[in-house]
Write a protein that binds this ligand. Structure first.
Ligand code: NAD
Ligand code: SER
Length: 311
């Protein structure tokens, strides 16, 4: 894999993944793209083009011109925005994935597509949530992610496209803000701790969800694409986790650095019901066994690093 197209590159993951891919494969080898124009810093840092990933013809032209042999497909609508506008989520998430897969089939590209803990629903076992289990999500986001995993498997089996992916937990990072998900509280809490020493959480006390620090998430995306394909049984849907966090537990960790930090709650019923339908702790042993996945950051290392950067 030498020449890469990234869709949705201006989002929370892309703004971290693109610089890392450029470090590894060379600046000119990574074409970043997004449906919106991005800030000067991002656009000036290497090749960039405005690209609507739902437009298969435009994706095909971008891949051909860039001579890409891999696509990191990040363009999507996340869970909370998806519940506000389900048709938009279905359109963006499914049409863009189908465009990318068709282009990959025609032009021989490998494809990385992130799935999510959002594939699980209230009937899935919550702790631990196995790799292979009941998946009946209640959100349109989760429905598109389950369909996406299956479509990626189909393109691999039917056409031999080298599709790979992981089910990310909530991702925590500084820099580009999160894009409208249910786990955004775990990002917002840090900036508010630094700005004002106080955060009002939209999820209730005791709501435990899987989380991961962004440097680990970026490394996972690159490692799975570099993994020996002969070892991958779950190509497109590896459960991944690093830590399980409820708001009060993260607040306690933040208080080790910001002693007077105050956490209170103003629960949003829609995001709370999404969170309640998701796992408390997923089992990522398949990723550990099939491609050697191991997270580096636990909650204390992540908290120290986040606060150091935000300060
Ligand atoms: P984000 O919302 O931060 O970024 C998505 C980007 O896609 C945005 O920059 C947006 O402008 C762009 N976009 C939207 N519609 C587009 C279109 N039609 N064409 C091209 N670009 C378009 O999302 P993210 O957090 O970076 O997530 C990337 C992927 O990872 C998504 O598939 C998401 O479901 C998945 N994921 C994210 C998390 C997380 O916590 N961030 C967790 C699990 C899975
Ligand atoms: N962080 C994402 C969301 O909350 C999980 O896929 O939507």
């Amino acid at each position: 894999m030498k020449r890469i197209l990234v869709t949705g590159a201006g989002g929370q993951i892309g703004s971290w993944l693109v610089p890392r891919l450029r470090e590894i494969y060379g600046e000119a080898s990574v074409l970043a793209s997004d449906v919106r124009t991005l800030g000067f810093d991002f656009v000036e840092a290497g090749p960039f083009q405005v690209l609507d990933a739902t437009d298969a013809k435009a994706v095909g032209q971008a891949v051909m011109r860039h001579e890409a042999d891999a696509i990191y497909h990040l363009a999507a609508i996340l869970s909370a925005i998806g519940e506000r506008d389900p048709r938009l989520a279905w359109h963006v998430n499914m049409t863009s994935l189908e465009s990318v897969l068709e282009v990959a089939r025609e032009q021989g590209c490998a494809v990385f597509t992130p799935s999510s803990i959002g594939v699980f629903g209230p009937e899935s076992p919550k702790d631990p949530t196995p790799q292979d289990t009941v998946m009946r999500p209640r959100t349109v986001y989760g429905i598109t992610k389950v369909a996406g995993e299956l479509l990626c498997d189909y393109y691999h089996r039917r056409y031999g496209v080298d599709t790979r992916g992981v089910r990310y937990p909530g991702l925590i990072s500084y820099g580009a803000p999160p894009g409208g998900g249910t786990t955004d509280w775990a990002v917002d809490i840090f900036s508010k701790a630094v700005e004002s020493g106080r955060y009002t959480c939209f999820l209730a006390e005791g709501t435990r969800l899987d989380m991961m620090y962004m440097p680990d998430a970026v490394r996972a995306a690159i490692e799975i694409m570099e993994a020996d394909p002969g070892r991958l049984r779950h190509r497109n849907a590896f459960n991944l986790t690093a830590m399980q966090l409820a708001p009060e537990a993260l607040a306690a960790e933040i208080r080790r650095h910001v002693p007077h930090f105050v956490l209170d709650y103003d629960v949003d019923p829609i995001r709370q019901s999404i969170a309640d339908s998701w796992p408390d702790r997923i089992d990522d042993s398949a990723a550990r066994e099939e491609w050697g996945w191991a997270h580096e950051f636990d909650v204390s290392a992540m908290t120290a690093d986040m606060l150091a950067h935000l300060r």
